[in-house]
Design a binder for this molecule. Structure first.
Ligand SMILES: [Zn+2]
Length: 193
């Protein structure tokens, strides 16, 4: 069995990871996990987990908007697991988009982070994070009721688009995306109210 564990601690002992991490039950036990929030399409692993673990599954398709009721139940679950001091794995297939979006919703809703700060917080701990634009913006809409924010630093508008990730990774600005009027600050200070 490989020792590689494809999950990253983000905040409050909530780890974002891949299906590979979720199926490694021995490793999850060894590392002290006792809760799993699965937002991939496949929940066959649930029968393998100990009976006293908390488990929740939402089959989400990547690229789609996530329903408000799903965000509410998912964040309630994470808060409950936190209150019970459970180490929790939040996973999708790759730990790149769907699970990252749920994690960002938690950071915005529970921790009061701006969308940009939530993303940066996750990417600093899980560099492969790269949520689909429409999926991520459904979290932003759920928390803030809008997807565009004023940046206090540059006075331009900030909105999450996929090229935000490319800028973060140093690929430079993609002019052909047509978002040239948006904020491009590395650490934008967003007016969130
Ligand atoms: Zn800016």
């Amino acid at each position: 069995m490989t020792m590689y564990f494809d999950a990253s601690m983000i905040i409050d002992d909530i780890w974002v990871g891949s299906y590979e991490a979720a199926r490694n039950v021995a490793m999850l036990k060894k590392k002290g996990f006792s809760a799993v929030l699965n937002v991939s399409l496949d929940d066959r692993m649930f029968s393998e987990y100990p009976h006293d673990w908390r488990l929740l599954h939402f089959p989400l398709y990547d690229g789609d908007a996530i329903p408000a009721a799903t965000f509410r139940e998912a964040i309630d679950f994470l808060v409950l697991c936190r209150s019970e001091r459970r180490r929790t794995l939040l996973h999708c297939a790759a730990g790149v988009s769907r699970s990252v979006t749920i994690m960002a919703a938690y950071l915005m809703k529970i921790k009061g982070m701006s969308p940009a700060d939530a993303l940066l917080h996750i990417m600093e701990r899980r560099p492969e994070a790269a949520p689909a634009t429409y999926t991520f913006n459904s979290a932003v809409m759920w928390v803030y009721g809008k997807t565009t924010f004023l940046c206090r630093t540059c006075q331009k508008k900030w909105r999450y688009t996929a090229d935000y990730i490319y800028r973060y990774e140093g690929y430079g600005y993609l002019a052909e995306t047509g978002h040239e009027t948006l904020c491009q600050c590395e650490h934008p200070q967003l007016e969130i109210n």
